[in-house]
Design a protein around this ligand. Structure first.
Ligand code: FE2
Length: 299
């Protein structure tokens, strides 16, 4: 049998029929004992370099959540142990899935306070970029924030809202809200901007880019504006949206999105890097990073 190139390994939904587990909810046993020494070593490398970067960059809730959970450098965390602590604090648990799962399965889990986490870990040559969420992204990036009551309620509400948005055919609008908050959100703290989005907190390069680089915009979060804003899935974000505090997410969780879908339907969409006259701009980015990339792609 020919060995598959490591860069082509796909998991879960991305692996087609082969990646589909037997259970309808796509959960599988984490099978913690099967992680190899090499896999634990990849976790350790990622954990240690991210832990060096995050002090002064991650928000207080992230730091506190990490401190209170059995997540450390030595080994890939055991989901059952995480779930015991999470369940006691915010009623959440972490369940293992092979990789990406269908939208309705994802929403159903979130609506029931179960966070589906990829059980695989990236390979040593994929430390900086991975298309699919692995255990490092899902556990290191997301789980500490699930210890915070505001995020805990917000993500559950997103699951409920996702099921509804899917029926209404407006999932793209809602997905942008998740993207610019849970994945790539920044929050204003007294000391300055801080990261709460898992897509940033689990990325060595984007942690620095999102906060320190002059290129991206940092714009005050506005729900309708975000619903109309496209995003980048293959590169750093051109704009980050900033909430005033995590309780702002609780307010979002209580909003009835139906009138917003009706209002934004058919309205013009905004490019990922555009800055509008109506924006409350905290930092106007230079745009140099993406301009340089675009120029290179045109050559
Ligand atoms: Fe994620």
């Amino acid at each position: 049998m020919q060995a598959q190139a490591p860069t082509q390994t796909r998991h879960g939904l991305a692996a087609g029929e082969a990646g589909r587990p037997a259970r309808a909810d796509w959960t599988i046993p984490q099978d913690w004992a099967r992680y190899t020494a090499t896999e634990h070593a990849v976790w350790k490398t990622l954990f240690e370099r991210q832990s060096r970067l995050l002090p002064g960059r991650a928000c207080d809730a992230f730091v506190q959540g990490m401190r209170d959970l059995p997540i450390g450098p030595e080994q890939i965390p055991d989901f059952e142990r995480l779930s015991e602590i999470l369940m006691a604090r915010t009623g959440w648990q972490v369940v293992a899935v092979p990789g990406l799962v269908p939208d309705e399965v994802f929403f159903e889990h979130l609506a029931n306070r179960r966070f589906p986490a990829g059980h695989f870990i990236r390979q040593p040559h994929e430390l900086d970029y991975l298309e699919e969420p692995d255990v490092f992204h899902d556990v290191f990036g997301h789980v500490p924030m699930l210890m915070n009551p505001a995020i805990a309620d917000y993500i559950q509400a997103y699951g409920v809202g996702g099921l509804r948005a899917q029926q209404l055919g407006v999932l793209d609008k809602l997905a942008r809200v998740y993207w610019y908050t849970v994945e790539f959100g920044l929050v204003q703290q007294a000391e300055g901007l801080r990261i709460y989005g898992a897509g940033i907190a689990s990325s060595y390069t984007e942690t620095v880019f999102a906060l320190d680089d002059p290129s991206p915009n940092r714009i005050a979060f506005d729900l309708e504006r975000v619903m109309r804003t496209r995003y980048r899935i293959d590169d750093f974000q051109e704009s980050y949206f900033v909430i005033d505090d995590l309780d702002q997410l609780l307010e979002l969780a209580r909003i009835d999105f139906a009138p917003l879908y009706a209002r934004t339907q058919g309205q013009a969409e905004h490019a990922p890097g555009s800055v509008l006259a109506s924006d409350r701009v905290l930092v106007r980015g230079t745009g140099t990073y993406h301009a340089a990339k675009n120029a290179k792609n045109l050559v």
